[in-house]
Design a protein around this ligand. Structure first.
Ligand code: ATP
Ligand code: MG
Length: 477
């Protein structure tokens, strides 16, 4: 009765699932796997008389035997009720208000059950006031995109507003049950990624879900349910309306899943890679671009698999490099010296890219440094080499050089020279520097001889020779 009234007042409600309590025998989650932090949060909330569950990715990963990245808790307590229950807790977010409970360096994210957004087209005149009220917390733009999401609701609605059935599972460690409203456990066992509700409508509400399909399909190796997959290409355009900062966050998540290569494959298969990183399309179209981007993403995945980190700046520096390198070559061909030509190329590429994807300023400046150090790594004089070793971005620039050398974009000898130089003692370094001077002298002589034989040559290396030979000896041709 009440629901019918609310439905009439607010418009059509999306499909709510039927609650199923799955016992231990069917879910077999090993509660001893849970960190104390998450258990403490759930128990504290329950002891204060609230409902509390571990939710989302952590439950999904536990069921799949994967190690959860982090633990989120969902509760019927409001953020204001949650906060005083913990000694160290912060109220955060505007678009999506939540509480962060801190345990040392660990953070447990506690979110209040949220109501499902209503379809505004279905709202009639009578309900205008109610809608205006709801809009204050639950704003939706003209295309149906949810701008704010702070209306609390019952758990069944919280489940219905989550993206995929396998992401809408709740685990109560006290009763040792998994609460499932949308056959999430069945889909998980069948390794299927299925959108809850009407997929097309859900993509309109939040186009970032298009990218989330690619991310989870790649990360979990799941099959995308046909109905979830079919509307994707037709809605790809909507990504253009996503604020660039959010697009950046989702892209980072996608590239740092440890399955960046698979994610890129998924994006391409789903026809989504075009809108995302406009210059990525171009990068993949550059000669050698495909090999370079593939190697960079493969490296990232390998680093993450070894428990290392992959910095966003290195990732984006790699993704945009084929484009930078092509502008760099072009500028040198017009006679701009190598280092200045690289600055110019970096400006052009970052400028074009930032219109679409807000690369944070700090990240953009780190990217630029990694690129700018490339021609400097080719200049192997005593003064330069020692200064470079001290440079805070040397490690990243050297890793970048290794990547370039592996894909035929830089001479392998240069990469191995730096490998040796870093670990050499003073005497060995002197020898290496002498050898470098001899080699670059020999290179320059070779080029001079070639130039005399072919005076009308106009390609990049010819004009670069006219500039600073030491800078370009290893990188320009
Ligand atoms: P990961 O392990 O990669 O963090 P996750 O499932 O925890 O995966 P998050 O992005 O951390 O993913 O989101 C947490 C949960 O919030 C999801 O499992 C899902 O239930 C819900 N969620 C997140 N983003 C959306 C969205 N755009 N639309 C609907 N539900 C979402
Ligand atoms: Mg998560």
């Amino acid at each position: 009765m009440i629901r019918k009234f609310i439905t009439r007042l607010l418009g059509r409600q999306p499909t709510l699932g039927k609650r199923v309590d799955v016992p231990h025998a069917r879910h077999q989650i090993d509660a001893s796997q849970l960190p104390n932090s998450a258990l403490t949060v759930v128990r504290t909330l329950q002891q204060a008389g609230f409902e509390a569950y571990i939710v989302g990715g952590a439950v999904r990963d536990l069921l799949l035997g994967l190690k959860p990245k982090d633990f989120d808790v969902a509760t019927n307590a409001t953020p204001e009720q949650v906060k005083p229950l913990f000694r160290r807790a912060l109220l955060i977010g505007r678009r999506f208000r939540i509480v962060h409970v801190l345990f040392g360096r660990e953070v447990i994210e506690v979110s209040t059950f949220r109501a499902t957004p209503v379809e505004h087209s279905a709202v009639d005149g009578d309900a205008r006031n109610a809608r205006a009220l709801a809009d204050k917390h639950h704003a939706v733009d003209a295309s149906g995109r949810v701008l704010r999401d702070n209306v609390w609701g019952p758990q069944e609605q919280d489940a219905a507003r989550r993206d995929f059935t396998v992401n809408a599972l709740y685990y109560d460690p006290t009763r040792d049950i998994v609460v499932d409203y949308h056959h999430g456990l069945r889909d998980l066992k069948a390794r299927t990624l299925r959108m809850i509700g009407d997929p097309a409508q859900r993509y309109r509400e939040d186009p970032v879900r298009l990218l989330r399909v690619a991310r989870f399909a790649a990360k979990l190796g799941f099959t995308i349910a046909p109905g979830t997959r079919a509307p994707i290409a037709g809605h790809a355009e909507l990504l253009q309306g996503v604020p660039s900062a959010r697009l950046f966050d989702e892209t980072i998540k996608l590239l740092q899943t440890g399955h960046a290569l698979a994610s890129l494959e998924q994006l391409r298969a789903l026809g989504l890679h075009h809108g995302l990183l406009p210059l990525l399309d171009l990068a993949l179209g550059q000669p050698g671009g495909e090999a370079f981007v593939t190697a960079a993403l493969g490296d990232t995945d390998a680093r993450l698999a070894q428990g290392k980190t992959a910095s966003p700046s290195f990732l984006f520096a790699s993704l945009l490099w084929p484009q930078v390198a092509s502008h760099w070559r072009a500028a040198q061909a017009e006679g701009v010296p190598a280092i200045a030509a690289l600055d110019q190329a970096a400006d052009e590429v970052l400028g074009a890219q930032s219109a679409r994807l807000a690369i944070q300023r700090r990240i953009a400046s780190d990217m630029r440094e990694v690129w700018q150090l490339q021609p400097r790594l080719a200049r192997r004089t005593a003064r330069y080499a020692e200064a470079l070793l001290e440079h805070p971005r040397f490690r990243a620039a050297f890793d970048f050089l290794l990547l370039r050398a592996r894909t035929g974009d830089a001479p392998p000898e240069l990469a191995s020279w730096w490998e040796e130089y870093q670990h050499a003692d003073a005497q060995q370094r002197a020898t290496l520097l002498e050898q470098a001077t001899r080699d670059s002298g020999a290179d320059a002589a070779k080029r001079r001889r070639r130039r005399r034989r072919k005076p009308a040559r106009s390609d990049a290396s010819a004009s670069a020779d006219a500039g600073d030979t030491a800078d370009t000896a290893d990188t320009a041709d």
